[in-house]
Design a binder for this molecule. Sequence first.
Ligand SMILES: *Cc1c(COP(=O)(O)O)cnc(C)c1O
Length: 407
Amino acid sequence: MDYQAHFRSRLAALKDEGNYRVFMDLQRKRGHFPQALWTHENGAGDVTIWCSNDYLGMGQHPKVLAAMHEAIDRYGAGAGGTRNISGTTHEHVVLESELADLHGKEAALVFTSGYVSNWAALGTLASQIPDMIVFSDSLNHASMIEGIRHSRADKVVWKHNDLNDLERKLRSVDPGRPKLIAFESVYSMDGDIAPIAEICDLADRYSAMTYLDEVHAVGLYGPRGGGIAEREGLMDRLTVIEGTLGKAYGVVGGYIAASRELCDFVRSFASGFIFTTALPPAIAAAATASIRHLKESDRERQAHKAIVAEVRSRFDELGIPHVKNPSHIIPVMVGNPGKCKFLSDTLLTEFGIYIQPINYPTVPKGTERLRITPSPVHARGDIDRLVAGLHSLWSDCQLARRPLAAE
Ligand SMILES: *Cc1c(COP(=O)(O)O)cnc(C)c1O
């Protein structure tokens, strides 16, 4: 086989479909994020990032940076081993107890990323409980889908956020079989929120475990940043809460929080937990500082809410169509991959605004969009430039507008 020719032809096909991903070479400016330097083939220029998952700017928070610097000076760079073989540092132990406390659970387990935590925890629970059947929301993240697939357990996909469909599917299965319902709180591409209480009711009725991915909610919702389940007083009803340290907490890493036995079970049987080098202690220390800060400070969450509302209302004034959802994610629908890429490219080159186009397979074809994530570190001037840029492009490209409120 001509391997290189195979790679070339598959990549060419991706490009033809408009689904080839181009990465931006960025240097975030500490203290000035969301501003960054973009290096490209013709030089470099300043851009404002409007699509980051560092939702609160914690990646540049002085307390987080101080904790990381201090830990590097104290311990050095890496953990030096897997968790099993010399890599469980004091900082990991402290971080796990901080996370257990955040979610009101007995224990927590830290992984190298949120992706790995979903893949390993779901893979282990679904494969190591005999006869398990997993009920998976149709819009679950790739990491959950891959974990369930890897387990080889039976899987039933239920219609996104559809309680009737979930119940119908739960009812159709032998009542004695072990069951796990896997879903998210805030869905990252549409920004809608699952009916967590009602899903927990169904789980009780059909004796199922629940597994909630709160990746886009931890740090952001709830009085201490425990997520949507904390805000709604539901944390104790969930079997497993999964989260990331890489989005609102601004660092990197993932985790599950659950009962002592469940965490010990995953710790003991999950290959993706055991056979990989532990996160550097400086990462664990920085994450702990970020979680602790957001447990006590509500200021960032309030400012986040205010700026999201402001951007939405500025869009409404100009008829820029965005999806009305109850979260902080603002999807501006374009509905065509070529146009979406064109809008993104033009915002970048003409206005210095970086918003990554979201195309298939991340979202279904025909729902291509610009996914905008305002943060408390965006200034008034940044919003003005974003709104002006979109306003001008909407006119130039003759894109449909929403009827204005006054009309
Ligand atoms: C980003 C994401 C993950 C993975 O988290 P990382 O820490 O980035 O690996 C898991 N679930 C959802 C819903 C996500 O959007």
